[in-house]
Design a protein around this ligand. Structure first.
Ligand code: GLN
Length: 234
C-alpha cells in the first residue's frame, strides 16, 4: 500500500478496560478500506516512546491500580509524548489514559497520581461515587453526535487550549457540572467513552486517520486516489 500509518498502543498491556483495544481494530479496518496500511505495537513499562516512529498513539483506560504503576513510568516518556503532541501527532486517549495526559488524577483512595501535563486538565475524585451509564454528546463545531458508555470516578476539569469533545446531552461527561465531555487539543482526542468509542463513532476515527495522514503525507491529495476516499467509506 502506498500509504501506511503506525500506531503506538501506549501501555496496551495495562490500560485496556472495556475493550479499548477495539479502537485500534477499528482504525485498522477503516484505514484498510481507504487503501492505507496500519500497523501497531505496544509500548509499555521501561520502554522508550520514540515520537518519530508513530503517527497515532492510542492510550486506553484503566483501574486505579494500573494507573498508579503507569503514572510513575509515564514520567520517563513525558518529554517525548509532549513533543509528539505539540508536533501535531494524533492521540486517542480514553478515561484513565485521558486523565494521565493532564496534570494529575486523584484516585478513589485519595492518592494523587501525577500525569504528564501535556494537556492542561486535572482530575479530582468523587466522594464514594462513580458515573456509570450511557452518554450522548454533541460536538459544537461539527454538529456530530457521539454515543458512548462511561464508568469513572474521576471528575475532570478542562484547562488552557482545550475544547470539549462534545456538550453533554445525556449522561455525566467530564464532571457532571459543566456539561462538557472529553477534550480536544491539537490532534489529541480525549474522552471518557469506552465501548470502544471509535466502533460506535466512525466520524472520530475518520478525523484521527485524516489528521495523521495529512501530517505524514502533506502533499497527498486526500480527495484524489481512490485509496484516500475518506467520505463515504465511513
Ligand atoms: N480509574 C479511573 C476512574 O475511575 C479511570 C477509569 C477508567 O479508565 N474506566 O476514574
Amino acid at each position: 500500500m502506498a500509504y501506511s500509518l503506525n500506531v503506538c498502543h501506549l501501555y496496551g498491556d495495562l490500560m485496556n478496560t472495556y475493550g479499548d483495544l477495539g479502537n485500534i481494530l477499528v482504525l485498522k479496518y477503516l484505514a484498510n478500506q481507504m487503501g492505507v496500511g496500519l500497523t501497531s505495537e505496544v509500548v509499555s513499562l521501561g520502554q522508550p516512546f520514540d515520537p518519530t516512529k508513530y503517527d497515532i498513539v492510542v492510550f486506553g483506560g484503566g483501574q486505579d491500580f494500573e494507573q498508579s504503576i503507569v503514572s510513575k513510568d509515564i514520567q520517563t516518556k513525558k518529554t517525548a509524548l509532549t513533543n509528539f503532541i505539540e508536533d501535531n501527532g494524533s492521540v486517542v486517549a480514553i478515561c484513565g489514559g485521558y486523565q494521565l495526559l493532564g496534570h494529575y488524577y486523584i484516585g478513589a483512595n485519595g492518592e494523587k497520581l501525577l500525569g504528564i501535563g501535556a494537556l492542561d486538565h486535572y482530575t479530582d475524585k468523587q466522594k464514594d461515587h462513580r458515573f456509570i451509564g450511557n452518554v450522548v454528546i454533541e460536538n459544537e463545531e461539527t454538529g456530530e453526535r457521539y454515543h458512548g458508555f462511561e464508568n469513572h470516578q474521576g471528575l475532570t476539569f478542562l484547562g488552557k487550549g482545550e475544547r470539549p469533545l462534545g456538550k453533554v446531552l445525556e449522561g455525566h461527561g467530564n464532571n457532571g457540572q459543566d456539561q462538557t465531555e472529553g477534550a480536544i487539543y491539537k490532534n489529541v482526542y480525549c474522552t471518557y467513552f469506552h465501548g470502544p468509542i471509535l466502533a460506535r463513532n466512525n466520524q472520530i476515527a475518520k478525523h484521527v486517520l485524516v489528521n495523521a495522514l495529512t501530517r505524514k503525507y502533506p502533499d497527498a491529495d486526500l480527495s484524489q486516489p481512490e485509496a484516500l476516499k475518506v467520505g463515504d467509506t465511513f
